[in-house]
Design a protein. Sequence first.
Length: 308
Amino acid sequence: MDGAGPRPPWLKVRFPASPRFGELLTLMRDSELHTVCEEARCPNIGECWGRGTATFMILGDTCTRSCGFCAVKTGRPGTLDTDEPRRVALAIQRMGLRHAVITSVNRDELPDGGARMFAETIRWGRRLSPGTTFEVLIPDFKGDDDALAAVMAARPEILNHNTETVPRLYRQVRPQAVYERSLRLLRRAKELDPGALTKSGLMVGLGETREELLAVFRDLAAAGVDILTVGQYLRPTPAHLPVARYWEPAEFDDLRDAALAMGFRHVEAGPLVRSSYHAEEQAVAARSDRMEAGMIPLTVRGAAPADG
């Protein structure tokens, strides 16, 4: 049992019985695709899959990093599946997604960290589903600017990279990551494509303080991040970091209000919030905020010109 005790009632979810869930499971297995919903043991999988949405996880199912919070298996990845982008795009087409979210494991052994595969997935997706907007949740590529530029050249509508926690806890939570490197990636993404929305997310319940969270919010706002997500960490297995405490719903409301006051376009904060949870609704809300602020609305942007 976690040091925080049993899960409070606001963290209990029912697994909805929906035919869409079975249909999606069959599609993923037949297409030989992975989802972060399954691999990371997301508590919202029943709801999201029941609505016909899922977050695709490319570059295989084995991560080269060993984060203390993540249920995705760690080890030596297999051979890169270069047909994966096409199969993801076909699944997006079959699901009729208006907004597709694509993430990946870390592949630090690859020269570009897998950036080219993100770009190929977006391009295949635009070819088969021209009306779909694309959100990518990327690793840090070990700070490689060329790798980030390759992803941004495919012009995703939303570029997401999670800071996950406060700097003091990085050694336990993200031992192979660097807080400043993540901030730099988010700043650089906005420089490479000012028309794209940037997004980042954090977990609470690992021992951080409110003041530490607000300091990270300020750093992200200064980096030009548009969308912020904040959710409760849930221990996936006894081998992972324990939950230090469960934050109450009113505390998430407080964090959301504080973040909005810092200038974020949209903030999603709640016990069960995850980066990809209600991602389409987040994108729509951010688009509305952009229009109210006189900015270019979020629409399907298409590929960059060949000479651009």
